[in-house]
Design a protein around this ligand. Structure first.
Ligand code: DLL
Length: 444
């Protein structure tokens, strides 16, 4: 079902006209109301009047996460506090969180784009939606919540955690749709299995998964375990939250960007020049309708490619590929770039393993070391009599290392772990643990 036929199937000419009108207004608003932009525009010798076409957007400077930190907490907001109704924040690895704000109008737009997203993913009015994204400063819980209500779904605001209760509610409320991070919903499915329940027998039909990178193999695992269609949803708090883009369940051929609200560019993160459609680069978004926290050319750090060809489903928006990973999470191993999601793909080819893993970054002298912790499944563990000593570790390690070497072209030291030894996620999974920092801290 297409939620907003008029906007989601707009022809390219009318779409671009609308985007330009909205862009010009946004540029004017930030220039007049946010000193940061006025200064940046002046440094680049640009005034809002010079933005006469969508192409002219390229003349404007980029905005980065550091700019949000430098203006913590409310320095980049474009409206008075009396016009705002909410803030969200992301925790951030170092120090202060990044804070984003919303007017009532922003919440309405966000609810609308998330309603579109849920409908694209297969949700329908009257269906039950089990929302296992965390509620709070994180945008996942409330973002999906308002969109689900807007679409007219019966919304179950479970939030993350308390897995036993999640399972009870899934059994009793019989939702058609589940939302959560892929790693947490996998955790729910595995917990059901441990309780002797069959996760394929629930009422669930669709899963709306995002907030962290997840591989095609992980998608297959979730679809098989839960007998559902697993749909990828993307978003980030700086741009709005979840709902910036979504796969349609009809074609699952890239994620439809709500491009009447968010204008996308893809750049080479080194040269900052645009890359061609279809080539991978860093996603850059400009908000076209946001009031409290408009943002110009925000460098997301996320790597994806875009596709402007039309989709079978009838929606005319630009689509983005699934996100390969974040630039910050990219490992460079002897000159070869590898994303954790590519390693995840390899691990899931190995029958004895579960899709839980961690990549540890260590230091030995001046050398950086990368170690992959991979966990065996219960049945392998039982076969070796519940004692890892009886497992042919060398052979298994060789097979994992071979998968990684042949698919990702790098050699990684693998450590095989007992079942349930890698921490399970209740929100965003922690895939990379940087122990190099801790060493430094311990020394101090
Ligand atoms: O994670 C918003 C969200 C909530 C999206 C629920 C989808 C579902 P932040 O906490 O600001 O917002 O984190 C944003 O998460 O820049 C990506 O690196 C990553 N991310 C989000 N969705 C996906 C996805 C929310 N589908 C950051 N695939 C983004 C890969 C994703 N990475």
């Amino acid at each position: 079902m297409i939620y907003n036929v008029e906007k989601e199937t707009l022809n390219m000419q009318d779409k671009e006209k609308l985007q330009l009108e909205r862009l010009q207004k946004t540029v004017q608003v930030v220039y007049e109301n946010v000193p940061f932009y006025k200064e940046k525009f002046a440094e680049n010798n640009i005034t809002p009047e010079q933005v006469r076409s969508l192409e002219d957007l390229k003349k404007l400077p980029f905005t980065k996460k550091q700019d949000l930190r430098d203006h913590y907490p409310f320095g980049l907001f474009a409206v008075d506090q009396k016009d705002m109704v909410r803030v969200h924040a992301s925790s951030g690895t170092s120090g202060k969180p990044t804070v984003v704000g919303y007017t009532r109008g922003d919440i309405e737009v966000w609810s609308e784009v998330v309603a579109r997203a849920i409908a694209a993913a297969g949700g329908e009015p009257g269906h039950v939606l089990h929302n296992a994204y965390g509620y709070g400063l994180f945008t996942g819980g409330l973002g999906l919540h308002y969109g689900s209500e807007q679409l007219g779904m019966v919304t179950v605001p479970v939030s993350g955690g308390n897995t036993t209760r999640q399972i009870l509610l899934i059994e009793d409320f019989k939702p058609q749709v589940i939302c959560g991070t892929p790693s947490y919903v996998l955790n729910i499915a595995e917990s059901m299995e441990k309780m002797g329940k069959d996760p394929r027998q629930t009422s669930l039909k669709y899963g709306i998964f995002g907030a962290e990178p997840w591989s095609e193999e992980m998608r297959q695992t979730l679809e098989e375990k839960l007998d559902i269609k697993a749909i990828d949803i993307y978003g980030l708090s700086e741009i709005m939250g979840p709902g910036v883009s979504i796969e349609c369940h009809e074609s699952q051929n890239g994620l439809h960007i709500a491009d009447d609200h968010f204008y996308v560019e893809v750049i080479d993160p080194e040269t900052l020049e645009p890359v061609k459609d279809g080539e991978y680069g860093e996603l850059v978004f400009t908000s076209l309708t946001k009031e409290a926290f408009p943002i110009i050319r925000y460098r997301t750090g996320d790597i994806a490619a875009i596709d402007r060809t039309t989709c079978k489903c009838g929606r005319t928006s630009v689509r983005m590929s699934r996100v390969k990973g974040r630039i910050d999470d990219m490992l460079i191993i002897r000159g070869v770039n590898v994303f954790p999601s590519e390693i995840e793909n390899c691990l899931l080819q190995v029958e004895e393993l579960v899709p839980h893993y961690q990549i540890l970054l260590k230091k030995k002298g001046t050398m950086d070391l990368i170690e992959l912790q991979a966990e065996v499944n219960e049945s392998t563990f039982e076969k070796c009599g519940g004692d890892m000593k009886h497992l042919d570790m060398d052979e298994l390690k060789r097979r994992i290392e071979y998968q990684i070497k042949s698919n990702c072209l790098v050699s990684i030291h693998v450590q095989i772990m007992e079942p349930n030894s890698i921490p399970r996620s209740e929100g965003k999974a922690v895939r990379i643990v940087d122990l190099r920092e801790e060493k430094v801290l311990q020394k101090k």
